[in-house]
Design a binder for this molecule. Structure first.
Ligand code: HEM
Length: 213
């Protein structure tokens, strides 16, 4: 690792571009969740104010959805390889009791992401594609007219189920970001401490530091 990258004794994890990309997706996700829930049930209708009330929420929601998908595509391509599940991840997953109780010596060394993060990544990939495809099928007045009504109805169910799964996934993602102390700064400042990297992602730590202990 270069001296510049190690400035301040920290380990770089995300560039400024990656962080801007991530937070753009996160903000769009919040706006889409709020407006989507407003369409889903009257008890959530008040959330439409975030996009300027009901009519504006209805107009903007599909466009913001396409934008979120496009920004997510960059993340998907960038993190694809690092999220491939390896044999050591499966082994790590079998020893969750050791993970929770901090018994690191019992755990196999893992790379940049752990099994839970990787599984969540693939949930994000699948649900993003489902949301895009079903969203286009549902999109009146531009596209819905091209499909038979049963396809549009099926699209509505797929859209709601995919959104539900993604929202649950992101709740877990945000909880984990706060729960694992020292993770949040990876996406705010862009760096993590040596201790954090060594403790949570030893294989990745050795790769980026060129074998440092
Ligand atoms: C809204 C609040 C959110 C918070 C507080 C948050 C926090 C974080 C943090 C701290 C990391 C770094 C984890 C690490 O490097 O180990 C991260 C990574 C990541 N986040 Fe988020 N995030 C949020 C929303 C989202 C949303 C809405 C998405 C996508 C739908 C998303 C997708 C990702 C992805 C793909 C990564 C890369 C790690 C991986 O591949 O698992 N995040 N996030």
């Amino acid at each position: 690792m270069s001296q510049a990258a190690m400035k301040g004794g920290d380990v770089p994890r995300y560039t400024a571009g990656e962080r801007a990309n991530h937070w753009t997706v996160a903000i769009l996700f919040i706006l889409l969740t709020a407006s989507g829930l407003a369409f889903f049930h009257p008890s959530f209708y008040f959330l439409a104010w975030l996009l300027g009330g009901g009519p504006w929420a209805r107009i903007l929601h599909p466009f913001l959805g396409v934008l979120m998908f496009l920004f997510f595509l960059f993340m998907m391509i960038r993190y694809w390889d690092e999220n491939k599940i390896q044999p050591y991840d499966r082994e790590w997953g079998k020893r969750l009791a050791d993970v929770i109780n901090n018994r690191d010596h019992n755990l196999p060394e893992i790379g940049k992401y752990n099994l839970g993060q990787k599984q969540l990544f693939w949930v994000q990939v699948v649900t993003m594609f489902l949301l895009l495809i079903s969203g286009i099928v549902l999109w009146r007045p531009y596209f819905a007219g091209f499909f038979p009504i049963w396809v549009v109805r099926l699209g509505a169910v797929v859209h709601a189920v995919a959104a539900f799964v993604l929202i649950l996934g992101i709740i877990v993602h945000v909880y984990a970001a706060f729960w694992v102390k020292g993770s949040l700064r990876a996406m705010t400042r862009g760096t993590v401490s040596h201790a954090w990297a060594r403790h949570h992602h030893p294989l990745w730590y050795r790769k980026v530091t060129g074998g440092a202990k």
